[in-house]
Ligand binder design. Structure first.
Ligand code: ATP
Ligand code: MG
Length: 212
């Protein structure tokens, strides 16, 4: 086992099997020590009316990873005020775990569609930046975007047994009363229904923090 820790950031609104498969594949591919799942506080590129509070997204993550001893959740981005930039998170983790190194794990969509804050600096601090296949997107488009980067060799690609699951689809399904079984762990769907997340009837004490 290496002394490299995997960082999997995201909104996790809610966590689903696509996230868990991607993390497990990354763990095995690089023989990582563990994976830290880090939910964002205010995603810089999202303005989502269905975004539920960090506390609940964190709780769903805890339920989802409970059976895997190499998966952990971290609330460092939720605790920090302001937008969650990956570079700040990586710098904080480097200070926390002095003798470890880090790989950032992200789906191909996130690399292609988001503007990354200080991406060059982020790459500098990481051992690897691992880009995971996401159904419907090709690695070739990424190749072009990454060519001019200084630490280009740190960017790795990993194909996984792709599942076309997204949190967006899960939120739609819940709203429309369709099944989400086998798309998220049972403990997560129980939590979603118990708390009435992603339904139209948003009550006054609702957990939604999204900007409308
Ligand atoms: P949303 O639909 O709300 O954007 P999402 O399913 O994309 O949700 P995020 O929380 O945005 O989930 O994603 C966190 C990270 O996990 C991102 O790097 C994303 O690319 C990756 N990811 C999410 N779903 C999958 C999947 N099915 N396969 C591979 N990677 C995934
Ligand atoms: Mg996404």
């Amino acid at each position: 086992m290496s002394d490299i820790i995997g960082i999997m950031g995201g909104t996790f609104n809610p966590v689903h099997y696509g996230h868990l498969i991607a993390a497990e594949e990354a763990l095995n591919f690089l023989d990582l020590e563990k994976i830290l799942f880090i939910p964002n506080s205010i995603p810089p590129h999202k303005n989502d009316p269905d975004l539920i509070s960090g506390k609940h997204r964190l709780e769903m993550l805890k339920l989802a990873i409970a059976s895997n001893p190499k998966f952990e959740v971290s609330d460092i981005e939720l605790k920090r005020s302001g937008p969650s930039y990956s570079i700040d998170t990586v710098e904080e983790l480097i200070n926390m775990y002095k003798d470890k190194s880090f790989v950032f794990i992200t789906g191909l969509d996130a690399v292609l569609n988001c503007e990354w804050h200080r991406f060059d600096d982020l790459l500098e601090k990481l051992t690897y930046f691992l880009t995971i296949e996401r159904s419907g997107l090709s690695f070739e488009s990424l190749e072009k975007k990454m060519k001019p980067l200084k630490n280009r060799e740190k960017i790795l690609f990993l194909s996984i047994p792709g599942v076309n699951i997204s949190s967006t689809d899960i939120r739609f399904r819940v709203e429309e009363g369709k099944s989400i079984r086998y798309l998220v762990p049972d403990e997560v769907s129980d939590y979603i229904y118990k708390n009435k997340f992603y339904t139209k009837n948003k009550e006054s004490n609702s957990p939604y923090i999204g900007v409308r």
